[in-house]
Ligand binder design. Structure first.
Ligand SMILES: *Cc1c(COP(=O)(O)O)cnc(C)c1O
Length: 357
């Protein structure tokens, strides 16, 4: 398959680590584990045992959740691990590079730097609501650019990138680069996932996570969804027993039908609170502009961001200061909280504005 030719030749030739084979019907005397559990270990499988490398039950469950075939999916410790794996498997240090579109999620650049890969920045178009600069990205592509990161909806600007844009990129960059669509917030957007495009583009990779909409950030679990050959290649780079046993259980238990219903209801509450927070913030003198959001946070331009940050802290709340990123002068990023937290934040900013007058 052509797309694998983009991967590092040494990774393609890699002889993977031979982990202890998974034979649940046999008693394990092959992995140098203790035969007894630690006292108080009430886990289902026993923490004395190494977990299953790509746990079939979890894999099947997530594949169903995201509407893809199990062979399209790699489970990892959050989408952060997916980002890191792709960069490591595809970018040769000092030679290859990635394209990112700032302001955007910080891990793309960090993972590339750790790998020794170059980072080419093609900024989002602020004057057009942080629209994606497809022409700019295609013009910036050159030999050795292996990955284009597309964050949709984008963190921290909150806007969704259209499927037509993603398709244009996949078509124009076929056999030239992977298009990695990070959908950490897609459950908060009224839009379908790019996994629906998977059958058409072998260079498309979609990242999903349980950290945001499913309230499982502490479990560290995410999915990388791509062509089966990309999935197999990355599985060989993934550390052998990546998913801890407590995470496997927690995810299976906490994303069952009743929890999915709970997630839907809570997302609806977040969306209602997002609208209320946006509307009320936009009335305050310290706030210049609230950007539209398809996520569970708001990017807010202030007249004086320092005073807004201080007001939040004084009310016992912490909001994000993203001002080190180009294009975000005087901005703050606010995660939508409970109605009570949102009220407290609004009150603190309102009172801080009053003090100006
Ligand atoms: C939060 C976030 C992630 C990290 O997700 P994990 O699955 O917790 O690693 C990835 N991408 C974006 C854009 C995020 O905002």
């Amino acid at each position: 398959m052509k797309i694998l030719e983009l991967a590092r030749p040494d990774i393609r030739a890699l002889q993977p680590y031979q982990h202890a084979s998974w034979e649940p019907s046999l008693e394990r005397l092959h992995a140098n584990e203790m035969p007894w559990r630690a006292s108080g270990d009430t886990s289902v499988a026993g923490l004395n045992r190494y977990p299953e490398p790509q746990p079939v039950e979890l894999l099947t469950h997530l594949a169903r959740l995201y509407g893809v075939a199990p062979e399209n999916l790699l489970v990892g410790r959050g989408s952060d691990e997916g980002i890191d794996l792709i960069v490591r498997a595809f970018c040769r240090a000092e030679r290859d590079s990635v394209i990112i579109c700032p302001p955007t999620f910080g891990m793309y650049k960090v993972s590339a730097r750790i790998q020794g890969a170059g980072v080419i920045e093609v900024p989002l178009l602020r004057e057009r609501g942080f629209a994606f600069d497809t022409e700019g990205v295609l013009a910036a592509w050159r030999d050795g650019v292996k990955i284009v990161f597309v964050c949709s909806p984008n963190n921290p600007t909150g806007n969704l990138i259209e499927h037509t844009t993603i398709e244009q990129l996949c078509q124009a960059l076929a056999d030239r680069a992977l298009v990695v669509v990070d959908e950490a917030y897609i459950e908060f957007a009224d839009a379908p996932s790019a996994v629906t495009l998977l059958g058409r583009y072998s260079n498309l990779v979609v990242l999903r996570t349980l950290s945001k909409a499913y309230a499982l950030a502490g479990a560290r679990c995410g999915a990388l969804i791509a062509h089966p050959e990309i999935v197999s290649l990355l599985a060989r780079v993934l550390t052998p027993y990546a998913i801890p046993e407590p995470t496997i259980r927690a995810v299976l238990d906490l994303t069952d039908a009743s929890h999915r219903e709970e997630a839907r209801a809570r997302i609806a509450t977040i969306l209602a609170e997002r609208a209320r927070l946006a509307q009320q913030l936009s009335q305050l003198p310290l706030i210049r502009r609230v950007w539209p959001s398809a996520t569970n946070f708001l990017l807010v331009e202030c007249t004086d961001a320092d005073r807004v940050l201080q007001a939040a802290t004084a009310a016992g709340l912490i909001i994000r200061d993203p001002r080190s990123q180009a294009g975000l002068a005087n901005c703050v990023r606010i995660t939508v909280g409970t109605p009570e937290q949102n009220d407290r934040l609004l009150k603190s900013i309102r009172e801080a504005s009053g003090a100006t007058a």
